[in-house]
Design a protein around this ligand. Structure first.
Ligand SMILES: Cc1cc2nc3c(=O)[nH]c(=O)nc-3n(C[C@H](O)[C@H](O)[C@H](O)COP(=O)(O)O)c2cc1C
Length: 311
């Protein structure tokens, strides 16, 4: 069993140390452990070219045009049975280095896209994506902050697992925690998170979420997109639509069972989303042929050019 720890914090800082605490617990459970600090890597941000998904959907395999350390990191992640991310909380959410990785997972690592790409490759004799992409995996997220500005962190984190459909075991924030390494209770909780992850990695099929129950009973998120005029609410994490209610003085999110098949962390939800995207792309390909579209593009192109620093 391999457990990979990834820290997005400063060298020998809070996140490095707590990521290692979780790895100590995993090692005690018999895991082979490896540690990576994101500051050692060159990870470029996604440029939105969609070459990855075009390659996947035309039987050419899974690729990215950017040349940096992302594929090295991805290889390490795909080799592990379980991953623990420890990230500093920046601006209430996950730091941009982690978000760059999350975006780079994007369409390229989406479980639905890879299931479809496998079928296409088999039908056309094309290149099948790396089989490790469709392997189940467990993952936990730790966020360490210097204050109580932490409200987006868990949602930012879990969306990364949603793409490849990896199982989230713990997803916890530690506010007011710049001195965490000497806080015995918090260190013990992080040790438990490492233990939970290693235990889950031993039996991924039956592994389940071990963290605090959230408001969304499907994905445990506490972040919602609320409607001003009604009780309608959308879970910011899994996308399930329902209603927020106050029951016995407590906030409850209720949704029809039918919504589960649309959840963004399920294969059915992913395939529905891919079909919707496919229709939008087909419509925009047609639109781009129209004179109206061509004239509009020219208008904006000719209005102003982007100012760039001299190199
Ligand atoms: C750019 C920046 C933004 C930050 N924003 C937040 C924040 O919104 N909420 C919070 O609790 N802490 C915030 N912090 C504090 C860091 O999360 C905290 O110092 C973290 O534990 C540092 O981790 P490290 O020691 O592993 O580098 C911020 C720090 C920086 C540098």
């Amino acid at each position: 069993m391999k457990i990979l720890g990834i820290s997005g914090g400063r060298k020998y800082g809070n996140n490095d140390s707590m990521c290692k605490e979780a790895l100590i617990a995993a090692k005690e459970m018999g895991a082979e452990v490896e540690f990576i600090n994101l500051l050692d890597l060159d990870i470029k941000h996604c440029i939105g070219c969609t070459a990855c998904v075009n390659s996947l959907m035309t039987g050419k395999g899974n690729m990215c045009v950017l040349k940096d350390d992302f594929d090295w990191l991805l290889d390490k992640m795909l080799d592990a049975d379980g991953i623990i991310f420890a990230n500093p909380i920046f601006c209430k959410g996950a730091p941009s280095m982690f978000l760059a990785i999350r975006d780079r997972f994007g369409p390229r690592m989406d479980r639905g896209n890879n299931v479809t790409a496998n079928k296409i490759a088999k039908e056309t004799g094309g290149k099948t994506p790396d089989p490790r992409i469709l392997k189940d995996k467990v993952i936990s997220y730790i966020g360490i902050g210097g204050s109580d500005w932490v409200t987006r962190f868990q949602c930012d984190s879990a969306i990364q697992a949603l793409t490849p459909m990896w199982k989230v075991i713990d997803n916890e924030v530690f506010p007011w925690s710049t001195g965490i390494i000497v806080d015995k209770d918090k260190v013990a909780r992080i040790h438990e998170i490492g233990w939970n992850l290693a235990k889950a990695a031993q039996d991924i099929t039956n592994a389940s979420y071990k963290g605090e129950e959230g408001v969304c009973t499907h994905c445990h998120s506490r972040n919602f997109f609320l409607d001003r005029e009604s009780t309608h609410a959308i879970c910011c994490m899994c996308g399930i639509e329902g209603d927020v209610k106050i029951v016995d003085g407590k906030v409850r999110f209720e949704f029809p069972q039918e919504q589960l098949k649309h959840a963004h962390d399920t294969l059915s939800g992913k395939l529905i989303h891919a079909e919707d995207i496919g229709k939008t792309i087909a419509t925009s390909i047609e639109l781009k042929k129209s004179d109206d579209y061509k004239q509009s593009i020219e208008k904006y192109k000719n209005f102003i050019t982007a100012t760039k620093p001299a190199r």
